[in-house]
Design a protein around this ligand. Sequence first.
Ligand code: ZN
Ligand code: ZN
Length: 337
Amino acid sequence: MDNWGELIALGIDTIIFGICSRFYLKYSYSLNLVERAQRLGINPDISNLSEEERNYVIYQGDVKAIGKPIKGLNTPDITGVVQRLTIREHAIARNASGFWADQKNTIQETYNLVPFMLKRGEMIIHILDPLGADILDLDTVHNKFDNSSLSVMDHVVGFFNGVRQRGIETTEELLKEGSVITAIGEVSKGLDGNIQLSPPSQGYPYFITSMPVSSLLRKLEEQKTTYRWLTYLFGGIGIALAVIITRRLWLERQAKLRDEELKKKLEATRKERRQNARSGENLSENERCVVCRENPKEIIILECGHVCICEDCSEGITKDCPVCRSPITNKAAAFIS
Ligand SMILES: [Zn+2]
Ligand SMILES: [Zn+2]
């Protein structure tokens, strides 16, 4: 089997094709939904919306904390409602091919959040579960990189370990108060009478983004197009590989059939030649094969060494010698002169 390379390539291609087509379907589904979603203008009346329209709405407004906002850790004059603190380690690591390459590892990621709402005109919508959003846009308010001070010993150890630390990056991101946000989700009236937006119960994507709807649609469209081309590309490669593998298997089969045909032909001519060479009439009884009692004895059976059968009968006798019943390990043509 020389097809392992192609088969492994086909397997990997199928996996990538599957992932790309899933992303393509996801983005095309999201795009469709956002295009059809109910856009709430200024001071909309939720009670006028049908059940279906409430399932997926777009609302734009200014972010405002309900209660006390979060103060920026490094920039106390900036307040927000969702805070993400990330600590990343930057290192240079030797990869499989022996080269040193930059590497980033997230050591820690923490979120802080306070309840918040989107306000436009008189209308207030409370935003629930922002961390459940498919897209949650935050602004970077602080980013710091501390270079590691490595001793000579650290360098030596790092060289042998294959990992050398370069430094630590700390990033603080905020969903800032006052920023204009487009939120897309399911709208409902909470038990406390407030209007709220939550992750859609139908499994539709939930967005909390700084992009206006037109930009979000464009971004989804771009991603959809990218993954469509990738799906075509890997689909095409898959088909090409399948054709190559099928063609090779077919050729191998054809060659095998031709070989068998040739072997059969040779066998037939050999048999015929033997038949012509035999002069069956003037053989004595103990010169004839013990099985068919017609052809001359032509085969020696090993290990026992009995010369007792003709070549025709030897094809069917593979286990025991017909004379002494000892197991057959080998057979060969016997030439009695
Ligand atoms: Zn025979
Ligand atoms: Zn024997």
